[in-house]
Structure formats: structure tokens, C-alpha cells
Ligand binder design. Structure first.
Ligand code: IPM
Ligand code: MG
Length: 353
């Protein structure tokens, strides 16, 4: 199979983890007889520095001509001034919106090899395997806002329409159908009008999937349930902001924020693949970044955009094997224990494919 992949390394540790992901995809291509063409382009803070825009027109054009986007992470303190008018994050939001990538899939698995590493009791982590579906093109990220210079008030607005909620609910119910047949829908029904609409739309869509067991959980309660009964979750659907917050929390179950991959999908095969972590400026350039989230994102690219399930599993199994064999990057090393560099860790994964 032939595929063109737009590669947007971004800022901070983005380029370090992306180069490893590209090596993994190249290895898969060689081994299984595929032809993947990678084209790099600026996006985020580096793009602001070189072009004045977070998402330059040429980068957007490249993405339009590609089958998928592989992205590192964007942002950093040098672009964070309170009066900054162009922000690296705007480039990412623009990409998600432009391609209407409304469903953000974020799988969270607890690896037995890392159970002792998390701050939670190992017995709580047994069997933890959940899939978050985060709505990605609506809600408070895109609602009307006012932020005027140094005025003493500002606002952001959470807005959802029934069709917007229904389409992401369909993705979530279908995912649940193919897994453990359980869906938890997260909202703040007791306070927010937008959450009452969310719940009404999810209940409506549930009629089409009677075999899936649906549970509604208030977002504040969910933060606690994720820690006390993580193994009871199967698929979780949440708004843009609730999904953003809950998945950082859930990453603790997997051992580190550096472990989690994501796929942002629309109605077709095109997708944007990125780890859920940020640019980690504090460790950038030191060989300490964990490339797992980005490498697992390539498995999602193989699965969802290219339909290459065997290849996707080969990458996932390689990651599991390397973790089971005891290889650790700094973030998942036991306290005071030894760890290997980003390059060495990715090298071990490559050797398993
Ligand atoms: C994420 C990130 C982004 C988000 C930022 C970088 C805009 O936190 O993908 O989870 O908030 O969506
Ligand atoms: Mg986030």
C-alpha cells in the first residue's frame, strides 16, 4: 500500500518523539511491503518564528494532500506571553477544525509491567483497558469568547448542538459495541444547560444501540471513579474540555502522560495522530522523552487510516514486549532506578518489529 503522511514535529520534545515514530513506520513499511512517503512541515511555535503563523498555508496544503497527519506537540513558554495574539495551540485547533476531526480516540491501558510504577495500588489496575472518545471540534474550545487586552473581565462559552453530540455519541456507541458493550457519558447535567442537551442527545442515540449499557456520570464524580474503579470502564464519551482534563488524569493509570496515543478522526479515513502529552520544554533535547505515546499513535494511524490491523498490532506488541522486558524511559523508571534514552528505548521497539 502507498500512503502520504504529513509530519508536523512541532516544538519541545515533539521533534524527538516524532523522529522515532517515523522510524517505526518506515520499519513497518519495509517489513510488510508498503510505501510511505513522509513530508515534514512547520506547525506551532517554530512556525510562528519562521512564518508568523502557527499553521502556515503551505503546511495546511500539505495536510490536505496527505492521507494522514502525524504530529508531535506544540507550544512553549517563549510563545506564552499574556498578550500574545498568535499562539502555537491555535495551529492545532485550526487543523482539528479544518478537517472536521470531531472524534478524538484516546485509549488508556494499564501495562502489568508498569503497575508498580503508578501511585495507585497495583490490584486496582488489573484489567484497566478503556477508550476515551473526546469531542474535539466543539464546546468551550470553539464557542464565543471575549478577551479584550487588559480589561477586567473575559468569557468563554460552552456551546453544543444536538447533531454535534449525536455524531460523537454514534462513534462512542459503535466503539462500545465492538468492545465491552459499556459506555459512560460524562457531563455536568446538574449545572450546565449544554450538559443537559448533551445527555438528551446521548440518550436518544442509545435507542440505536440497545445492547450497550449506558451510564451517565457527572464529571466531578468521574475524576474520583477513574481512580477507585478504573477497571470497570470500557468506553467513555466526553465533551472537548472534560475529555481533555480526564485523559490527563487517566494517563496516570498507564504509568505516565508519555504513554498515551490518540487518533483524531472525522467521517472518512483521514486522521490526525498525536500523543496526548505536551512539549515538555523542561526535558527537551535531553534524550529523556518517552516516545511510546507517539509510537502507539502510529499504530492507530495504521489501523484507522490505512486499515492495516496486523501492522498496528505488530507495533503495539513490540511496545508491550519492550516494557515487559524492563526497558524504561525516565518518566516510567522506578524511583532512583535506571533508565535508557529516547533513542535506545525506540531502538528496542524497532528491534521487536
Ligand atoms: C491535548 C492538548 C491540547 C488540547 C492543547 C495543546 C491545545 O492539551 O491535545 O490534550 O487542549 O486539546
Ligand atoms: Mg490535553
Amino acid at each position: 500500500m502507498k500512503a502520504s503522511i504529513a509530519v508536523l514535529p512541532g516544538d519541545g520534545i515533539g521533534p524527538e518523539v516524532i523522529s522515532k515514530a517515523v522510524e517505526v513506520l518506515s520499519k513497518v513499511a519495509g517489513k510488510y511491503g508498503h510505501e510511505f512517503k513522509f513530508t515534514e512541515a512547520p506547525m506551532g511555535g517554530n512556525a510562528i518564528d519562521s512564518t508568523g503563523q502557527a499553521l502556515p498555508d503551505a503546511t495546511l496544503k500539505l495536510c490536505e494532500q496527505s492521507d494522514a497527519i502525524l504530529l508531535g506537540a506544540v507550544g512553549g513558554p517563549q510563545w506564552d506571553g499574556p498578550t500574545a495574539t498568535v499562539r502555537p495551540e491555535h495551529g492545532l485547533l485550526k487543523l482539528r477544525k479544518h478537517f472536521d476531526l470531531f472524534a478524538n480516540l484516546r485509549p488508556v491501558k494499564a501495562y502489568p509491567a508498569l503497575a508498580q510504577h503508578t501511585p495507585l495500588r497495583a490490584d486496582l489496575l488489573e484489567g484497566v483497558d478503556m477508550l476515551f472518545i473526546r469531542e474535539l471540534t466543539g464546546g468551550i474550545y470553539f464557542g464565543p469568547r471575549a478577551e479584550q487586552g487588559d480589561s477586567d473581565s473575559a468569557y468563554d462559552t460552552e456551546v453544543y448542538s444536538v447533531p454535534e453530540v449525536e455524531r460523537v455519541a454514534h462513534v462512542a456507541f459503535r466503539a462500545a459495541q465492538g468492545r465491552g458493550k459499556k459506555l459512560a457519558s460524562i457531563d455536568k447535567f446538574n449545572i450546565l444547560a449544554s450538559s443537559r442537551l448533551w445527555r438528551r442527545a446521548v440518550v436518544r442515540v442509545h435507542e440505536d444501540y440497545p445492547e450497550v449499557e449506558l451510564e451517565h456520570i457527572l464529571v466531578d464524580a468521574c475524576t474520583m471513579h477513574l481512580l477507585v474503579r478504573p477497571a470497570s470502564f470500557d468506553v467513555i464519551v466526553a465533551s472537548n474540555m472534560f475529555g481533555d482534563i480526564l485523559t490527563d488524569e487517566a494517563s496516570v493509570l498507564a504509568g505516565s502522560l508519555g504513554m498515551l496515543p490518540s487518533a483524531s478522526l472525522g467521517s472518512g479515513a483521514f486522521g490526525l495522530y498525536e500523543p496526548i502529552h505536551g512539549t515538555a520544554p523542561d526535558i527537551a533535547g535531553q534524550g529523556k522523552a518517552n516516545p511510546t505515546g507517539t509510537i502507539l499513535s502510529t499504530a492507530m494511524l495504521l489501523r484507522y487510516t490505512l486499515g492495516l490491523e496486523n501492522e498496528a498490532q505488530a507495533v503495539e506488541q513490540a511496545v508491550e514486549k519492550v516494557l515487559a522486558d524492563g526497558a524504561r524511559t525516565a518518566d516510567i523508571a522506578p524511583r532512583g532506578g535506571s533508565y535508557i534514552s529516547t533513542d535506545e528505548f525506540a531502538g528496542a521497539i524497532l528491534a521487536q518489529i
